[in-house]
Write a protein that binds this ligand. Structure first.
Ligand code: UTP
Length: 272
């Protein structure tokens, strides 16, 4: 059973400056709930109750969000506004939040490695909250992935087809399909040039990782921009035949970009 979900949330979010000068990107709201709130809900739906968040300087709003706000609670108790806090209260009452800081932005691989003391030696999920995933007709993406993990017991990455000209933005995988939506990954490459991309299957911000990944991250060398890439560590696992790619059901919005953020907002507004 997967009990813990790691949220790397230490990045600067420069594409949303100046808003992200003092506001963590993960706190940007889609309508009324911050991005990270949706990520936590997705992890809860998948059965996880420990949320491990990798933060950095200027990210205290994240910790405050998942804590009780006595003054506010007291003020609106019994008023018509009280129901607005119902969902966040449910999260506070049923989950444990743990935090650790990444002091220098040395890449997603490094951020995940920083989470090791919070995770320990057990399989865990990773959610990049700025990848906003939604599945209106059924299980959320993490829940779908947990079902696959329970069968195969190895690392799993969520993948989706992207236009070939966009492959340079993602980790791109190649391998053999075991069935329509499940791929045994044999290789992967981070942000390849279009002509070097082995496919148009891109990794998005949902992972299930086995704990041996921590030692593998420690052994890989920094890649592009001197950053430790999780793709390079997963590549080592893939060479051992231990990584699956899962073409998930549902929608994914890249809320790390302005365009994706606006699309997600419009989508959720129409659903209200
Ligand atoms: P991104 O590269 O999309 O996030 O990292 P960013 O750097 O914050 O955004 P821009 O490009 O400047 O606008 C993907 C995820 O990995 C986390 C980020 O917080 C984000 O959730 N991350 C990335 C870390 O926690 N630490 C890092 O060193 C790098």
């Amino acid at each position: 059973m997967i009990k813990k979900c790691l949220f790397p949330a230490a990045g600067y979010g420069t594409r949303f400056l100046p808003a992200t000068k003092s506001l963590p990107k993960e706190m940007l709201p889609i309508i009324t709930k911050p991005l990270i709130h949706y990520g936590v809900e997705e992890a809860m739906e998948a059965g996880m109750r420990t949320m491990a968040i990798v933060t950095g300087r200027g990210k205290r709003a994240l910790e405050d969000y998942f804590d009780i706000s006595y003054e506010l609670e007291h003020q609106i108790q019994g008023s018509s506004k009280e129901p607005l806090l119902k969902e966040i209260r449910e999260i506070q009452n049923s989950c444990v939040f743990t935090y650790i800081r990444q002091k220098e932005m040395r890449g997603l691989g490094d951020a995940i490695l920083k989470g090791e003391p919070l995770i320990g030696q057990e399989p865990f999920a990773v959610v990049l909250a700025d990848d906003f995933c939604i599945h209106d007709e059924g299980d959320g993406v993490l829940k779908q992935m947990v079902k696959i993990y329970n069968k195969y017991r190895c690392s799993i990455v969520a993948v989706m087809e992207v236009p070939r000209e966009d492959t340079y933005k993602y980790g791109i995988v190649s391998g053999d399909f075991l069935d329509e939506n499940l791929l045994k990954i044999s290789d992967m490459i981070e942000k390849p040039k279009v002509e070097n991309a082995p496919s148009n299957l891109a990794i998005i911000g949902r992972y299930i990782l086995t704990p041996d990944i921590f030692d593998i991250i420690k052994s890989v060398k920094p890649g592009i921009n001197g950053e430790l890439q999780i793709t390079d560590a997963l590549r080592v696992q893939a060479k051992q035949g231990k990584v699956l790619g899962y073409r998930f059901e549902g929608l994914r919005f890249d809320c790390g970009s302005i365009e994706g953020f606006v699309e997600a907002t419009n989508y959720m507004y129409k659903k209200m």
